[in-house]
Design a protein around this ligand. Structure first.
Ligand SMILES: [Zn+2]
Length: 99
């Protein structure tokens, strides 16, 4: 498992480029309540990638994920699949778990 460290500063997140690290951008909230989560692939191949998440319930648009609302121990559903490298797994309680 790889820790999904949340880095609050977007520029710092990009500069450090730590595999598995995340930055949830609460400064831009879409009309449906979704926000963006930027992350570096847990395998270290690329990033930052953006996914659309929403606290409590998955947004209607695809692709998107339901989020537990935690910055420090985020959980997303459903699982995340990286098209570039084939990595597939879950973000649960602040850790990336390969499926
Ligand atoms: Zn990867």
């Amino acid at each position: 498992m790889i820790r999904a460290i949340h880095i609050a500063d977007r520029a710092e997140h990009r500069r450090l480029a730590l595999p598995g690290s995340v930055h949830i951008d609460l400064t831009r909230v879409e009309p449906d309540g979704s926000v963006g989560m930027w992350f570096f692939c847990p395998c270290g191949c690329e990033g930052p990638c953006r996914v659309s998440i929403r606290k409590g319930a998955k947004p209607a648009h695809e692709p998107s994920w339901a989020w537990n609302g935690s910055l420090t121990e985020p959980t997303l559903a459903p699982s995340v699949r990286q098209l570039n490298c084939g990595w597939h797994g879950w973000l649960r309680n602040g850790y990336w778990q390969e499926a």
